[in-house]
Design a protein around this ligand. Structure first.
Ligand SMILES: *Cc1c(COP(=O)(O)O)cnc(C)c1O
Length: 386
């Protein structure tokens, strides 16, 4: 049989069978433990930290989408990142993409550096000379995030993973923004995919979750051992929500990425806009890489307005459909003020050095009608330009 296409995999992928009553959707098994018939027979499930039927159904579907052999669903995206770090020895060194998610930065630099001797260098992973210069005897992993947040820089996954293999380094790709719909890092040579499923996988802004996925059996064993040992697992309720969300990932991503391209195109030459960052636009410096690596430019568009924070606040107050909120990836469009929200813990100098200003906004484009979204943005901007 041919490998099924994405939407078919999203609906039917993995082991979603219910052995109890043949339910069409895997039930929420809240049980912490499962009855064993006798001492010599091990049931499929014993204790829910180790494995749970609802979680397993979801994990196997997620593994299928990312083209892995194993997925583990965690309590949050950050729990997944922390779990990935359990694969490294104490005192390890990581080379990470500059501009990684703020929480990743905090975990690496504020917690693991202090309690585990982890050290991290942030470099542009597209500059392989810079990466080579950063490699130390204790370097153990390259942490990739593409596209980055909020400026949507891409990393050439194939090139960096090849470099990593030549240097016997593990690679982990934070695939939260793109999802398997846009790119499958495991096929491009990555060892591990990390996801915050709170975003597009769940897709409805109603849960927090994360996952690690791999296509390597030996790595799967190590991750599973670490997961069972640390225990930062997804609850059956959240696994249910995430699986329910995952089934419509194809429809949502199709619409959201289409909408994002339309929004980016409509805003690009607006007189009140200083810059639009969107990998799907030919003006994006890495548009060629986007076309080879991703199915679309994704569903996030970042804009930088002209003027100051004053104009930016006025713009915000006029929006009707873009809700001001942390996070992204839900069916509803959201707007995030990077300087005070996602990057609020950085100093102004640090932020501006990264290219994030008081006038920078990240749009998470939802599934609404693009005509309404564009009208909403233009209405808020036109008053600014006049
Ligand atoms: C949200 C996010 C995370 C963290 O995930 P949580 O589910 O919030 O813990 C990590 N990486 C990226 C790119 C994210 O957007």
């Amino acid at each position: 049989m041919k490998t099924p296409h994405f939407s078919t995999l999203a609906v039917h992928g993995g082991e979603q069978t219910d052995k109890g009553h043949n339910a069409a959707f895997p039930p929420i098994y809240t049980a912490s433990s499962f009855i064993q018939s006798d001492l010599s027979h091990q049931a499929d499930f014993g204790y829910s930290r180790v494995a749970n039927p609802t979680r397993s159904a979801y994990e196997s579907a997620l593994a299928a989408l990312e083209q892995g052999c194993y997925a583990t669903a965690t309590a949050s995206g950050m729990a997944a990142t922390a779990l990935a770090l359990e694969l490294l020895p104490a005192g390890a060194h990581i080379i990470a993409m500059r501009g990684v998610y703020g929480g990743t930065h905090r975990l690496f630099d504020k917690l693991r550096a202090a309690n585990n001797g982890l050290s991290v260098d942030y470099v542009d992973l597209n500059d392989l000379n810079a990466v080579a210069a950063a490699v130390k005897p204790n370097t153990a992993m390259i942490w990739i995030e593409t596209p980055t947040n909020p400026l949507l820089e891409l990393v050439d996954i194939t090139a960096i993973c090849q470099f990593a293999r030549e240097h016997a380094l593990l690679t982990c790709v934070d695939n939260t923004f793109a999802t398997a719909w846009n790119q499958t890092p495991l096929r491009l040579g990555a060892d591990i995919v990390m996801l915050s499923t709170s975003k597009y996988i769940g897709g409805h802004s109603d849960m927090i979750g994360g996952a690690l996925v791999t296509a390597d059996e030996a790595l799967a064993k190590k991750i599973d051992f670490a997961k069972t040992t640390v225990g930062a697992i997804a609850s059956p309720f959240d696994a249910y929500l995430a699986l329910r969300g995952l089934k419509t990932l194809d429809l949502r991503m199709q619409r959201q990425c289409d909408n994002a391209l339309k929004v980016a195109t409509a805003l690009e030459n607006h007189p009140a806009i200083e810059a639009v960052f969107y990998p799907g636009l030919p003006s994006h410096p890495q548009h060629a890489l986007c076309q080879t690596q991703m199915r679309s430019g994704g569903a996030v568009v970042t804009i930088q307005l002209k003027g100051t924070r004053v104009e930016s606040e006025r713009f915000l107050s006029r929006l009707r459909y873009f809700i001001l909120a942390e996070s992204l990836g839900g069916v509803e469009s959201m707007i995030n003020h990077s300087a005070s929200m996602s990057h609020g813990s950085m100093s102004e100098e640090e932020r501006e050095a990264m290219g994030i200003f008081d006038t920078t906004f990240r749009l998470s484009v939802g599934i609404e009608d693009s005509r309404d979204l564009i009208e909403d943005l233009l209405h808020a901007l036109d008053q600014e330009a006049s």
